[in-house]
Design a protein around this ligand. Structure first.
Ligand code: ADP
Ligand code: ZN
Ligand code: ZN
Length: 733
């Protein structure tokens, strides 16, 4: 009875595909290795997911594997376990999940390990060597001896041990005694020293946090490192990583997409002597492959990366760190496999029996809830590490203050004062471009996006109108296309605020940081440099400025508009607003001077803002969790969203309506809500809708999805739409 190999292929089908062993070949087949297989009329690369004795398909109809690509599985058993868990939890086909875990180059068949030139002894060479040949050529003799173990040896190793050996190799090869080959690149030897420098002595709170995690380095434990910005969380990570490295194990560090700042990397390089592998979305396919190989071979001792790095191979994993764990970019919200890298990191740590540290100044309410429920241990850092004091927060009531281009008089006066005292100023506005609206004051025309239910944003410096949802890009008209009257830009974007500040404070250089400025790699660093050097005195920016960057001389932060998050249909909007305010506030006064934070709002009496100001994030979180409990939103319930999009709103709704009908009798506690059109129904020319599935408990929800989804997939109407399932959705549209 031949063995059956069950292969995971990158297809939306929820099943594995059975194959027979290859007709010839000597590489042993292991689970987790890549194979090339016939698939219909194509050939595809897949991963062996299981080995079985029998198949549901008659053996006579099974085809053999064409080629085995890996001797060592590119997906080790720990990752296999993680991916199986993830595919089940997110109800996603294993083949697609596996494929999203591998760099593109590997999916296309690139070798898993870098190869280099090597040499090995042939049969005749072995016989000759045994007979003591060649007698009068000591260099050849030495080379034969180094190959005697009958294992290919790399040219690099021969260089190291033999000095000049190439002439000898040529002579021996000519006699057929040795042959050249390719060998896997030797794993870099463990570095002699781990540390380049030692860190500062730890503060008591830091020491306690390090001790708590260090006490459980040999087993699973989830830790929430809840520390205000500047309290020294990074220092805690560095100390723990140091211990892991000294124990000859490796660390995996996940950071948010934008948070992968040069500053953080610099700190790792400054502290550790060991090789690092860095994985993020800005890499070319080749760079990504190289970094992945460094991780895979084990030569990298620290793997640092964004979301998908949660799937990076890390032999002898000893610790996982998720920095800024609340950050939404850890949730994959596009494409097929919509996983949370943070949640998978916890599961990976559990499987690997190592601790995971989730760090944040503003933990996600889910994480906080897990900590309050005792599932995660909470470690607090309540004091800033350097002498810096926490900033004071104040609201500016926009209803009773004069405004000029988005800036209230008290804000302008404060900026003036801080500049006069040699401080730097950070102005935060979560809207790029010049103005969010182009309006005709004569006939009321507003420049709309033709593809979306949205207005076009004015980009003045490039004289374009752009849609921030679909990317539509049009020339900026001077006159109203409807009546010919002159048009006017209304409202504020970062570009306009930069201009206004330039006029108000002509002697202070203003810098801007948003996605329009940061087009290329290194652009952001340029802006940071101008801020750090003091050349720029005011920085205007979007969300980007809230992450990770340390500006010791910033003494004032102005939040131009806090109100966008207060009245959203998305139950998570207040949480995101609170996190943004606290994070941006944390940029102030990181040096020795105390910082001041001004928040402009039309709703100074809003309970969220009041809690935040009076009791900080902690108080806000308590109130917000109470609200969530009452409304039975996560984390007090579980959600999944079935979403779709189609060319017409009717088609989009029809599929979800039929899907809902299939669920005639959902299990007790599982409720279906909708379908409803998305809040912004039309995006990029397609109409979006969603059906929510809600349950108090996790189990019934997953049992329901397990049964329901395969039926949904079979619906005829499914073929007319693009649909996806999002378990634990981060955004509700
Ligand atoms: P966080 O990651 O919580 O924002 P960091 O680890 O970046 O905080 O620390 C903030 C600042 O305090 C950094 O400049 C860091 O070098 C410094 N720092 C951290 N821990 C200590 C310590 N124990 N003693 C002195 N300075 C420290
Ligand atoms: Zn008009
Ligand atoms: Zn658009």
């Amino acid at each position: 009875m031949p063995k059956i190999f069950r292969v995971a292929l990158d297809t939306p089908l929820r099943r594995l595909f059975d194959y027979l062993p290859p007709a010839q070949g000597t590489i042993p087949l292991s689970v987790g290795a890549r194979v090339r297989v016939p698939f219909g009329r194509q050939r595809r690369i897949g991963i062996i997911a299981a080995v079985a004795e029998t198949s549901q398909v008659p053996v006579a109809r099974l085809k053999p594997i064409l080629e085995v690509l890996d001797a060592t599985p590119v997906i080790d058993s720990g990752l296999q376990q993680l991916l199986r868990w993830g595919a089940e939890y997110y109800h996603h086909p294993l083949g697609e999940a596996v494929s999203s875990a591998l760099p593109r180059a590997l999916r296309l068949g690139a070798p898993g390990t870098a190869r280099e030139e090597g040499w090995l002894l042939t049969e005749t060479g072995a016989l000759a060597a045994a007979a003591g040949e060649p007698r009068r050529a000591p260099r050849q003799r030495a080379l034969l001896e180094s190959l005697l173990e009958r294992r290919a040896v790399s040219a690099a190793v021969l260089d190291q041990h033999l000095g000049a050996w190439r002439d000898a190799a040529r002579a021996l090869a000519a006699r057929g005694w040795i042959a050249s080959t390719e060998v896997e690149l030797e794993r870099a030897p463990a570095p002699a020293t781990v540390m380049r420098t030692t860190g500062p002595p730890l503060l008591p709170e830091q020491a306690a946090a390090v001790a708590a995690v260090a006490a459980s380095l040999d087993r699973f434990g989830a830790f929430l490192l809840h520390g205000i910005t500047g309290s020294g969380k990074t220092e805690v990570y560095l100390r723990l990583i140091e211990q892991v490295l000294l124990a000859d194990r490796r660390a995996l560090v996940l950071v948010p997409e934008i948070g992968l700042t040069p500053q953080l990397l610099e700190r790792f390089h400054a502290r550790f002597e060991v090789p690092l592998a860095v994985l993020h979305s800005g890499l070319t396919d080749h760079e990504r492959l190289t970094a992945w190989r460094d991780a895979f071979s084990g030569s990298a001792r620290i793997v640092l990366g964004t979301r998908s790095a949660v799937f990076a191979p890390v032999p002898e994993l000893g610790l996982i760190v998720v920095d800024e764990e609340h950050d939404a970019s850890f949730k994959q919200h596009e494409g097929g496999f919509r996983y949370s890298a943070r949640d998978l990191a916890v599961m990976r740590a559990r499987h690997a029996a190592v601790p995971v540290v989730l760090g944040s100044a503003t933990p996600a309410l889910e994480t906080l809830h897990n900590a309050l429920a005792g599932r995660y241990a909470r470690l607090r850092l309540e004091r800033r590490a350097a002498q810096a004091r926490p900033p004071t927060l104040k609201l500016i009531d926009l209803r009773s203050n004069a405004m000029r281009a988005g800036l209230s008089t008290p804000a302008v006066l404060a900026i003036e004062r801080h500049l006069a005292e040699d401080g730097q100023v950070l102005v935060f506005l979560n809207r790029r471009g010049y103005a969010p609206t182009l309006l005709c004051t004569a006939c009321g025309w507003i420049a709309p996006c033709r593809e979306c239910d949205a207005r076009l944003t004015v980009h003045l410096s490039s004289a374009r109108l752009r849609c921030h949802h679909c990317g539509s890009d049009l020339p900026l008209p001077v006159r109203c296309p409807q009546c010919g009257f002159a048009v006017k830009a209304v409202g504020q974007g970062t570009e306009r605020v930069e201009e206004t500040l330039g006029t108000l404070f002509p002697s202070a250089r203003v810098a801007r940081l948003d996605r329009d400025v940061v087009r290329r790699r290194g652009d952001a660093e340029g802006v940071m440099r101008r801020m750090s050097s003091g050349e720029a005195r005011i920085l205007v920016g979007t969300q980007m400025v809230t992450k990770g960057h340390d500006f010791p001389n910033v003494t004032l932060v102005v939040v131009l508009n806090a109100d966008q998050g207060l009245f959203s249909t998305d139950f998570r909007a207040p949480e995101r607003l609170a996190q943004t305010i606290v994070q941006v506030a944390g940029r102030a006064g990181r040096g020795s001077r105390a910082g001041e934070v001004l928040i402009q709002t039309e709703f100074p009496d809003h309970p969220l803002l009041k809690h935040l100001l009076a009791e900080g994030y902690e108080g806000f979180a308590r109130a917000a969790l109470e609200e969530r409990a009452q409304a039975a939103w996560p984390p007090f319930s579980r959600l999944a969203a079935l979403r779709d999009s189609a060319r017409t709103p009717e088609v989009a709704l029809a599929f979800l309506t039929q899907a809902r009908r299939l669920a005639r009798a959902p299990p007790a506690g599982v409720r279906l809500l909708g379908p409803v059109p998305a809040a912004m129904a039309k995006r990029a020319g397609r109409y979006h809708a969603q059906l929510l599935i809600e349950s108090r408990e996790r189990r019934p929800l997953h049992a329901f999805l397990e049964e329901w989804l395969p039926q949904v997939e079979q619906l005829r109407s499914a073929r007319a739409v693009r649909w996806s399932l999002d378990v634990d959705p981060m955004e509700l549209f």
